[in-house]
Design a protein around this ligand. Sequence first.
Ligand code: 8X3
Length: 215
Amino acid sequence: AGWDCIITGRRKDRLEKLATTLQTEFGVKILVLPFDVQHKDAVFSAIENLPESWKAIDVLLNNAGLALGRDSFENASLDDWDTMIDTNVKGLMYVSKAVLPLFIQRKKGHIINIGSTAGKEVYKDGNGYCATKHAVDAISKAMRIDLLPYQIKVTAIHPGAADTEFSLVRYKGDEDKAAKVYEGYKALDAQDVADIIFYAATLPDHVCINDLTVT
Ligand code: 8X3
């Protein structure tokens, strides 16, 4: 659609590859900003030091997030909980807070948070992950109320099972366990969710999809 994009993530090599593809295939401008959303200082320094020509951001997509482990509460790893909370909850809040002054200045902006069906219901052995996604649900509602005076739209999109690296990460590289998650039915794929995000992102200013659960 011709949008220039700031692409962020931890893995600089992947971002640079993607930047080259987007630039050559679509002729758009791409700014690569590698950082881990868990690191508060890195987040704020990346956004605060944006080149002037990149400051008019239209849409912030908060997509970084992960599940780690699928264990009963008494067995779950504290480190897994920490990483999920730091990424899915605190990371999303840091990035949003860092970008907000740019939106507020322009009295315009759209935050799209990727939640999960795990933010709507809790499932067995999903304790920590479900808690973080319930937090994303709550934060999205809170943002929508608090940011309305600035005409900033807030959309939360909650996908169910999507066949991505998600389960391989959750099961820490165990390919058999990961494959079983998607056995016997057709799961969502990344493109399905991307199409929905794009639809939500391209509606007129006065139209906001607040909350969407997708399976
Ligand atoms: C992805 C959906 O069911 O794997 O967030 O938690 S689920």
